[in-house]
Design a protein around this ligand. Structure first.
Ligand code: ATP
Length: 356
């Protein structure tokens, strides 16, 4: 089932926390809302679930206007970070609960609980209470309970945030596979860029109640719409250099050699941004800059301030004039104080819009 969100707003008193968001989510899509704390992700999700009423705008589920429908009429399942399990019930009873409410026959309930538990790898724990299980197992029970009644839409709000890093990595692959196999339309809220990048068909990056960019993960990474997106995704984040367009069409940049590297297509984009807002930024991902010998033609002179070896890669912090930026390379013999050349390949340099 597809979900259409049409120009929804949520206001709490004088505070607007969702500011006219519109997006179409396709049937079976894994859609991730990504953004920092307080940007309005959860509120948007709760409006889709019917747990919060939109101040303005409409929400269509499977083509029907559900803006004011009760949550139980929306055929939606939800999973949260705190699992929401009933402590006094066994795992079996927890998973069975939504089927009991819908008054399914006991044999049918048992069949569905066992099938779902099998799919989530918790068949051996059906007799336990939630307190006797690890965080990862509990999260699986919570997912099983949400999925047992074959919902058409699945909403997840930071479901992995209480798990340790290793378990998160395992669970994100499992969740993605599970909902893709089941073909369930999913909206997933997170502030974790790795989760968003690895799970999403499309990411909506949110800031202050707006969806700043909605696009497939690699497009968000390669062509961030604004400096906020560029800075939020990628670690270390994209290098951003202040820039403007001179009357003769030249890009005047904080590090001039990088401004000169823009190719024709990006120069066009820069012109459009400059027409609208005057300024823009030149953005280059740290792994796209190349360190070469000082004085190499076409390179920018940089002084190494700090070398940070991380095992697989190395972060090199550089200074050109009074501008700091970072390059990610393989292992290197460079040291603080070295003077080097830095090359920005033209096809990797981006014009990035400023945030308003
Ligand atoms: P987090 O990751 O911290 O959950 P979020 O992006 O999901 O953040 P929301 O929970 O949607 O953000 O909250 C957005 C803003 O709305 C916040 O500033 C929050 O304080 C405010 N807010 C949320 N619910 C209410 C409410 N019932 N009354 C007043 N303000 C609220």
């Amino acid at each position: 089932m597809g979900i259409e969100i049409k120009n929804i707003y949520k206001r709490f008193g004088s505070l607007t926390v969702v500011n006219g968001v519109s997006v179409d989510i396709a049937d079976g899509e894994f859609f991730v809302m990504l953004g920092p704390s307080g940007c309005g992700k959860t509120t948007t999700l709760r409006m889709v679930a019917g747990l919060e009423t939109a101040s303005e705008g409409q929400i269509f589920i499977n083509g029907r206007d559900m803006t004011h429908a009760e949550p139980r009429h929306r055929d939606i399942a939800m999973a949260f970070q705190d699992y929401g399990l009933y402590p006094n019930m066994t795992v079996f009873q927890n998973i069975e609960f939504p089927l009991k409410i819908r008054k399914l026959a006991p044999a049918e309930r048992r069949r569905k609980v066992e099938e779902t538990a099998g799919r989530l790898g918790i068949s051996d724990y059906l007799g336990r209470k939630p307190a006797q299980m690890s965080g990862g197992q509990r999260q699986r029970v919570s997912l099983a309970r949400a999925l047992v009644r074959n919902p058409k839409v699945f909403l997840m709000d930071e479901p992995l945030s209480n798990l340790d890093a290793k378990l998160r990595a395992v669970m994100r692959t499992e969740i993605k596979k599970l909902v893709t196999d089941l073909g369930i339309t999913t909206i997933y809220v997170t502030h974790d860029q790795i989760e968003a990048m690895s799970m999403a068909d499309r990411i909506a990056v949110m800031r202050k109640g707006d969806m700043v960019q909605v696009a497939p993960p690699l497009q968000v990474y390669d062509r961030p719409a604004t400096c906020f997106v560029a800075d939020f995704i990628g670690s270390p984040p994209m290098n951003l250099f202040k820039a403007e367009l001179a009357n003769n069409g030249r890009v005047v940049c904080q590090v001039q050699g990088f401004g000169d590297a823009l190719d024709d297509a990006e120069r066009e984009r820069a012109r459009a941004m400059a027409d609208r807002h005057g300024h823009f930024a030149v953005g280059i991902r740290p792994e796209h800059l190349q360190c070469v010998a000082a004085g190499t033609p076409g390179s920018v002179e940089g002084i190494v301030e700090l070398v940070e070896p991380l095992g697989q890669t190395t972060n090199i912090y550089l200074l050109s004039g009074d501008t700091k930026y970072v390059v990610v390379t393989d292992r290197t013999s460079l040291r603080a104080g070295d003077t080097i050349g830095v090359i920005a390949p033209g096809d990797k340099v981006r014009a990035v819009g400023l945030d308003r």
